[in-house]
Design a protein around this ligand. Sequence first.
Ligand code: AMP
Ligand code: MG
Length: 434
Amino acid sequence: MTASPPSWSSAGAAAPRTVTEHAAAVASLVAATASERVPLSEASGRVLAQDLASVVALPPFDNSAMDGYAVRAAEVAGASEAAPVRLPVGADIPAGRTDVPPLGPGTAHRIMTGAPVPEGADAIVPVERTDAGTETVAIGAPAAVGAHVRLAGEDAAAGQVLLRAGTVLAAPQIGLAAACGSATLAVRRRPHVLVLSTGSELVAPGRPLEPGQIYESNGTMLAVAVREAGATAEQLSFVPDDVETFRAVLAEKAVAGVDLVLTSGGVSAGAYEVVKDALTGNGVEFGKVAMQPGGPQGAGRLRLGGAGVEGGGVEAADVETSGVAVVTLPGNPVSSLVSFEVFVRPALRAAMGHPNPGRPVVTARLDGSLGSPTGRRQFRRGILDARAGTVAEIGTPASHLIGALARADCLIDLPAEVERVGDGDPVDVWLLEG
Ligand code: AMP
Ligand code: MG
């Protein structure tokens, strides 16, 4: 764990944190989750909590790689199409047969793919090289010792560790776990996140709008983003810019079992900054991060028994003594989601043990040129042309343009010190998809 970032209060209100400092502050709030057992069908996207060792060898027994005939290689060495070797068929061995008789000298067993190779046989002749007989079979080609025999343990030995703790589970890994005989896997628990939007101008989608009102979008967007990050989300009903209402919701909902409370809106420098007003002095710090969009931020542990929150009804017994982690995102939708991408998503994924908590970053050549404010790291919305290796901005830097955000597939990461990027210059690009 890195050293604690400077606190805004100690650094002075005017000194912004860097993106890296605030990311570390947020990451330090979300505790690493414990492990839980889940059925394989629920393991996709999860991080393995314990090494997985196979209880069986893979394959568990020598078996046929082809539909054909199990033979002794030496007995068919002289076979050819012109002069086939004829052998009586001793037994039929479909896949799944458990009482396989040994192969007697001078005979063949008919065998299917995946069926156990009988004792005494050392090669399989594919059915295509025979007349497919069931009483006797004419074998029209020789077979080398071991031909088309899949050997027990050639993929893995019994007891061998096949997946290490920390592996992200997808279809191939879950398939392997099933092949090893595991019905469940130990994975890292998903953090649980409460999402709470604020704003007296907000109206739920589907209802009529009065002049001056807008539809609430951050709550739904952030709850989806939390789930896409692999955590669980409860989207609370948004609240107006009223400190008592906001505190009352937290008092009821920010209880043990919640790993993070994520708010949006009410953290900037104006009046009616409900989140800031309600949480300042209660363990949550507010200040500026040197980034754009998403300058105003807040984070901390909601302290119990703080005067303000006590007034709102939070009871000490309701939450762990260390307090519930809170991250307060700005309200503009682009600021909200970009802040989520930069600070919250990596923190949630790190808490779940993801080896790569951040988005994949690639370098692309900028299509066009961009100016950027010096001293602030900027995340512009972009569209990547992966084949051409180029990226172009979509929309403008304005943080209310959710339309452009929705059409973007990447963020163009312009370092704080950069003032201008020229056409064709290399830039870092955060891939938002996949
Ligand atoms: P705030 O951070 O509360 O000052 O809000 C900044 C801007 O974002 C204002 O234009 C708000 O109307 C808008 N906004 C805040 N919260 C939301 C939300 N949940 N959904 C959509 N827009 C919002
Ligand atoms: Mg607001």
